[in-house]
Write a protein that binds this ligand. Structure first.
Ligand SMILES: Nc1nc2c(c(=O)[nH]1)N[C@H]1C(S)=C(S)[C@@H](COP(=O)(O)OP(=O)(O)OC[C@H]3O[C@@H](n4cnc5c(=O)[nH]c(N)nc54)[C@H](O)[C@@H]3O)O[C@H]1N2
Ligand SMILES: Nc1nc2c(c(=O)[nH]1)N[C@H]1C(S)=C(S)[C@@H](COP(=O)(O)OP(=O)(O)OC[C@H]3O[C@@H](n4cnc5c(=O)[nH]c(N)nc54)[C@H](O)[C@@H]3O)O[C@H]1N2
Ligand SMILES: [Mo]
Length: 628
């Protein structure tokens, strides 16, 4: 599921829009967006197969397969028939129906409620059902969605269970029902690499995880074991139904000829899975065997191979290596398969199966790409084709990666990584409609927004839509632009909540503002201020500096809401975080799919949670602060 869409729907931020998608349509763009709200666009994109949508249907996906079997119809025909009759709906068309709520949420390696969650107060109100500082009014009836169902009152507290897995007490942990204490980087085996630097690093335990802490690997395996034990007798073996979006680097990219959008729901075309709607895919689930399967490298890697960016290869050498290096599982569903039972086994498998760490795979992948492109490419990996980086090698020192078509750069000959080198220098076609870099986009939705060619968009005129947000009780106030760039002194919410960092600079939450703006409201450097808008409230100290231009303030992303944050005079609650003042703003053109480079890829494509264009009111508050 694309995260932005998931949280926009399930935190009910869509219920607070004050303008619709047609607000920004080009006068030349036809009536594509007429009467459509942003959530209508999201529902349309889901039913046309452009973007994933999970939970998917308003019925249990396990039951759908059984119903199809009873009716004697193929599952995909059955699902199409039920959708067309209206008996089955996409969950995103009615997100506030209790059958469509996400009920359990496990937050791992993220600080959703203290860092990433844009529109945090809406998370508090609708997802958690706890105290919140939302100040916005819901959308007025004439502007409400045309297709998506509006229910009154809005649900509060959709989740039954929130679990956090972290080694720090984050805002998310403070709100979680269960916190599973995780091992840190110095208490476990792991590997790390990014496309930004050309090395693979290992993590190695200096000490075992203290007290009840466990490695993430062990936590998930233990959960799987208990789950399998409980689920085996209850769920057994079932057929699951998934609506898969039209995929990037697959023939699905040709699903929208000419960029002309046709909606089966409106009778503009036939509902055809994988062309005009999502692919309806069935998956066999053996619930009692989940833990066993997790402990082994499955058999599909031998029959289907592995793929990246539209090319596929069969990693026989890697599987044979893993059988020898990790050993094989004896007995059960994974009999004879390479073991992934230990964290080091899994690290070994990742290294063996990737071309960036296994020269054999890199060469195989470049050969596959040569066949697709007709261009000579294998020389990019030839110099290191015999090399395979093993976990033990990374424990000696970080290892430089091998050039592989999984990325677009070339490290060949010791060169530093830079994206798209292979496209520019080796003429590998770009993954676009024309195979070239191109700037003209003729998709209907892009045309409707007047963005067929790159265009300047001024900031959204929020005061026009939301009116004057000042309380106006006599306390001097100013309304300014509110930006939340990444912090220079932390990585998101990490590395700043230790005594050293909290004693440097101001320690707690701060908002940077210009001397002129500060003077307008009688604020001196280091004074306590409150910043608020329709989304919420945050309390901070002012950093008054000539480095900020008049009319704009910064609150660096992201300070946890329990770190030196006093209670707010305006809301009466603890004074929020940078994301108490933001919300998710969906740009409909980001939802486009099934059209060449505008197609979905897991972890790569979908709407951004654009939190910019926000404004905030700022006022000086009582300098007596209370934390309880
Ligand atoms: N307003 C606003 N909002 C934003 C942004 C913005 O600029 N402005 N930026 C956005 C962007 S680009 C991003 S990437 C997100 C970041 O948002 P998050 O990913 O939610 O941010 P972090 O605070 O880095 O949270 C990571 C958590 O993982 C934990 N952790 C680290 N390593 C491990 C591990 O090995 N195991 C376990 N179990 N836990 C671990 C850390 O302790 C930390 O609490 O925020 C987004 N939100
Ligand atoms: N120290 C540190 N380094 C990090 C991170 C961290 O948390 N801390 N996070 C990492 C991650 S996950 C990410 S995604 C990257 C993000 O790195 P960047 O993309 O550099 O992100 P930001 O710092 O959020 O924003 C960059 C600049 O955009 C400006 N800006 C805001 N609105 C607009 C606008 O409308 N137009 C223009 N032109 N500019 C605008 C802001 O003033 C800001 O200075 O950083 C990575 N590196
Ligand atoms: Mo990021």
């Amino acid at each position: 599921m694309a995260g932005t869409s998931f949280f926009y729907l399930n935190t009910d931020q869509w219920r607070y829009e004050a303008f619709r998608a047609d607000e920004f349509a080009s006068p030349l763009g036809g009536d594509t967006f007429r009467g459509a709200s942003f959530v209508d666009c999201l529902a349309r994109a889901a039913r046309l197969g452009w973007t994933p949508s999970f939970p998917t249907f308003n019925r249990n996906s396990l039951d759908l397969a059984d119903e199809a079997a009873r009716a004697g119809v193929p599952v995909s025909d059955y699902v199409v028939q039920e959708l067309c009759s209206g008996r089955l709906r996409f969950a995103c068309e009615d997100p506030d129906d209790p059958v469509n709520f996400p009920r359990i949420l496990t937050v791992w390696r993220a600080n959703l409620l203290g860092s990433s969650g844009k529109g945090m107060e809406y998370f508090m109100r609708h997802l958690l059902g706890t105290d919140d500082a939302v100040r916005a009014e819901e959308t007025a009836p004439p502007l409400r969605p045309a297709d998506v169902t509006w229910r009154d009152p809005a649900p509060r507290g959709k989740l039954d269970l929130l679990t956090a897995i972290d080694f720090r007490m984050t805002s998310t942990c403070t709100y979680a029902d269960i916190v599973l204490p995780a091992a840190t980087w110095y208490e476990k085996h792991d590997i790390s690499t990014t496309d930004m630097h050309p090395f693979v690093h290992s993590f190695n335990p200096a000490i075992p995880p203290p007290w009840e802490a466990k490695t993430d690997f062990e936590i998930f395996h233990r959960l799987a074991e208990v789950f399998s034990r409980l689920a085996g007798g209850r769920l057994g073996r079932r057929t699951d139904v998934i609506a898969a979006p039209l995929g990037h680097d697959t023939p699905d990219e040709l699903a929208t000829p000419g960029g002309v959008v046709r909606d089966w729901r409106r009778g503009e075309c036939e509902p055809v899975p994988g062309r005009t709607m999502p692919k309806i895919v069935t998956v066999e689930r053996d619930y009692g065997a989940i833990a066993e399967k997790m402990r082994a490298l499955g058999p599909l890697v031998d029959s289907l191979g592995t793929s990246a960016k539209g090319i596929t290869w069969t990693p026989r050498q890697a599987v044979a290596y893993l059988q020898a290096a990790n050993g094989v599982i004896r007995g059960g569903v994974a009999d004879g398969r390479p073991s992934l039972a230990r964290d080091v086994h899994l690290a070994e498998a990742i290294l063996a199966l990737s071309g960036t760490t296994n020269g054999h795979i890199a060469l195989q992948a470049w050969q596959a790409l040569e066949e697709r492109t007709g261009m000579p490419l294998r020389d990019l990996a030839a110099e290191r084709a015999e090399e395979q980086i093993r976990f033990a090698d990374t424990q000696v020192q970080p290892r430089a990666v091998i050039t592989s078509p999984e990325w677009s750069g070339a490290e060949t000959g010791g060169r530093r990584y830079s994206p798209f080198v292979v496209n520019v220098e080796r003429k590998k076609p770009w993954h676009t409609l024309t195979g070239r870099m191109h700037f003209f986009l003729d998709h209907d939705w892009i045309q409707a927004y007047g963005e067929a060619l790159p265009a300047y968009r001024p900031p959204l005129d929020y005061p026009r839509f939301f009116g004057d947000q000042q309380i106006g009780d006599g306390t001097p106030e100013i309304t300014v632009r509110y930006l939340t760039p990444h912090s220079k002194w932390s990585i998101h919410s990490e590395y700043q909540d230790n005594l050293h960092m909290l004693r440097l600079f101001r320690g707690g939450p701060v908002i940077w503002m210009s001397p002129r703006d500060a003077a307008k409201i009688g604020v001196s450097d280091n004074d306590w201020i409150e910043a608020y808008n329709r989304n919420g409230v945050v309390v901070a100290r002012a950093v008054v500096t000539h480095r900020m231009p008049e009319g704009t303030v910064f609150m660096y992303h992201a300070k946890d809401r329990h770190l030196m944050t006093p209670k707010s005079e305006i809301s009466g609650w603890h004074g929020g975080s940078d994301n108490s003042l933001t919300r998710v703003v969906i740009k409909p053109t980001h939802l486009i799919g099934g059209y060449a480079q505008l197609s979905y890829a897991f972890n790569y494509y979908g709407p951004t949670g654009n939190q910019r264009d926000e404004i905030t009111v700022i006022r000086r508050r009582s300098q007596e602060v209370a934390y309880q």
